[in-house]
Ligand binder design. Sequence first.
Ligand SMILES: NC(=O)c1ccc[n+]([C@@H]2O[C@H](COP(=O)([O-])OP(=O)(O)OC[C@H]3O[C@@H](n4cnc5c(N)ncnc54)[C@H](OP(=O)(O)O)[C@@H]3O)[C@@H](O)[C@H]2O)c1
Length: 255
Amino acid sequence: MNLNNKNILITGASRGIGFGVVEKLLKEHNCNIATVSRKIDSLDELFSNARKGDRKFKAYSCDVTEKQSVAETYKNITSDFGEIDIAILNAGVGYLVTPETFNSEFAEKTFAVNFLGVIYFIEQLLPSMIERKSGIIAGVSSLADARGFSGSGFYCASKAALSTYLEGLRIELFSYGIKVITIKPGFVKTDMTDQNNFDMPFLMDIHKSADYIINGIKKEKREIAYPFATAFGSKLIRKLPDTFYEFLAKRFKLG
Ligand SMILES: NC(=O)c1ccc[n+]([C@@H]2O[C@H](COP(=O)([O-])OP(=O)(O)OC[C@H]3O[C@@H](n4cnc5c(N)ncnc54)[C@H](OP(=O)(O)O)[C@@H]3O)[C@@H](O)[C@H]2O)c1
């Protein structure tokens, strides 16, 4: 797919993976870009330095956990841009939670952003995409959806919920010509991973990550799981018998 002249919406673009995607889109594609995040200063700065030509870009401030705010923001976006062709629903949070720091508020916050924050946007996107019988919805899940990893249980569960939901949605939307893409990054160096106190194999920067995401969307892939080694490892770990997975977790002191 050629991204030129497409209206692209991306959430969670103020920093990290989403910011990397916006930077690359601005550099290499003549598409229109609407971004959504709570803070927008970094994007205002990026946009003010970008070559405009005849394309549009605008950053909208919105908390994706507030359903009403999502509906109002979406209305503003479509009034400024017209209908959205590609939505990259990327906003996400992750907290390291141990049995000692256990607090259900972490679960509420994680599911509010990582799962419901995506669902609220899909609710806005679907009616027009169904009517037009076209569109791409790309949800950013994670390779961490494969198993319950120690310290990241709420995060893994939220991403497993998202991946499973997108899998079903993909099938439901076959007959409408709408593509659903599940994006599963491995470790990418961002504010989110800076809090991790464990080894992160094949850690990459946001530019490399953006290459994977944009190339995958152009190819309209069903799943964009990267890098290969981590994606392969996560598929393998998912298939391990539970007892063996627990043995490895104990052996490598992951608990
Ligand atoms: N980094 C990794 O290794 C990795 C691996 C697999 C998957 N992922 C996924 O990739 C996505 C991006 O992660 P990242 O590493 O780039 O994280 P990040 O650097 O912490 O950025 C998170 C983005 O989400 C936005 N966001 C968070 N809460 C929000 C809310 N309530 N409303 C609106 N926007 C909100 C943030 O913007 P504001 O704070 O301005 O609102 C920010 O732009 C997440 O879904 C994450 O789970 C990351």
